[in-house]
Design a binder for this molecule. Structure first.
Ligand SMILES: [Zn+2]
Length: 346
């Protein structure tokens, strides 16, 4: 064969292969052209034994748990937080709640109320067999489910791209979200209800000369331990970071108290949050700033107390959200809210 013939053979073989591939694709369906644009989500039912259950007028059917694709809702939490905040679907929120606390559920199933044409996901706690309705993230026990519109979700809007949530001036205090309640039964069951029962679940973490307790009711304590293990390396990685870590004055976690201006228990109540206070005296916490400066929200992010982005990233990687991203900024505050971060992952 001449070089020319070889070339012709090679080109036509290649063309034939491409043609055959497309024929196969057309005949056998979408190999290349028609990939589903959204991943499938299937709720895992850890205990199939209980999957079929009859409770009052509700009927749950294990087969229906596999048809979640049709159950996508248009839950787009808010327009308040600009482009940094991605739309999350109902199913992403359900999955985030499942992923965040999966070791603590004995079963999860989709429940249909056929006369009302409503559905919801039920999470059953392993610890006490208590049922929680997902209720758009509010995690409601049966007794308050008929008042579901009064309760806010456990997760909240949280940008994962490093952006701070400031889009409106001035910040409106009477927004609807803050007028609503959160039902804390889910946290009470996981982390303890009274000072004593919470205290019984605490384990201390050591970091240099600091020592603070975190709650072992979920993976919070282990996650915090991993964060500070990474900090042992991070703190010596650059002079800037070394200076920041050396400027830490205190790390405090457990403190039974309510959130300023709301009456809701703070995540410090459950010891799933910590405040890292440094010698940086710039505006740190909106509530303190509001005492000195009426328009506390006008302090630009770069003029607030500094927290290194590496520190924030490590916290987020382990399920902690940073209060510095909130409109009501709290630069020293980190809280264990894995559901917030997981809901942004598809
Ligand atoms: Zn705090």
């Amino acid at each position: 064969m001449t070089a020319k013939t070889k070339e012709i053979v090679a080109v036509s073989t290649l063309a034939a292969c491409i043609a055959i591939f497309f024929v196969i694709d057309i005949v056998f369906g979408s190999v290349v052209m028609n990939r589903p644009t959204e991943p499938e989500y299937i709720l895992v039912i850890p205990s199939v034994r209980h999957a079929s259950i009859n409770v009052q007028s509700y009927i749950s059917n294990p087969i229906q748990t596999l048809t979640m694709r049709g159950a996508l809702s248009s839950f787009f939490p808010t327009k308040l937080f600009g482009t940094s905040y991605r739309k999350t679907r109902w199913i992403d929120n359900v999955n985030a709640m499942y992923q965040a606390y999966r070791r603590h559920f004995s079963m999860i199933y989709l429940e249909y109320n056929i006369p009302k044409k409503e559905y919801d996901v039920i999470f059953v706690l392993k610890k006490n067999n208590r049922r929680f309705h997902f209720a758009n993230g509010a995690m409601l026990p049966n007794e308050v489910y008929n008042r579901k519109k009064h309760f806010v979700p456990y997760y909240y809007a949280y940008p994962t791209d490093g952006c701070v949530m400031i889009t409106r001036y001035p910040v409106v205090f009477t927004d609807k979200l803050y007028a609503m309640d959160r039902n804390y039964e889910f946290y009470y069951d996981l982390y303890g209800r009274t000072r004593k029962t919470i205290n019984d679940q605490l384990e201390f973490i050591q970091f240099g000369r600091f020592s603070f307790p975190m709650n072992t009711g979920t993976e919070c304590y282990e996650a915090a331990k991993s964060v500070f293990k990474e900090f042992e390396l991070l703190r010596h990685s650059t002079p800037k970071l070394e200076r920041w870590f050396n400027s830490i004055k205190s790390i405090s976690s457990f403190s039974p108290r309510t959130i300023a201006n709301t009456g809701r228990p703070s995540t410090h109540t459950f010891s799933i949050a910590m405040d890292i206070l440094t010698r940086d005296n710039r505006p740190n916490y909106w509530y303190w700033t509001s005492k000195l400066r009426k328009k506390w929200w006008t302090v630009p992010p770069e003029e607030r107390a500094y927290i290194p982005p590496e520190v924030i990233e490590i916290f987020e990687a382990h399920g902690f959200c940073w209060g510095g991203k909130w409109e009501r900024y709290d630069m020293m505050h980190f809280e264990y809210k894995p559901e917030n971060l997981l809901r942004m992952i598809r």
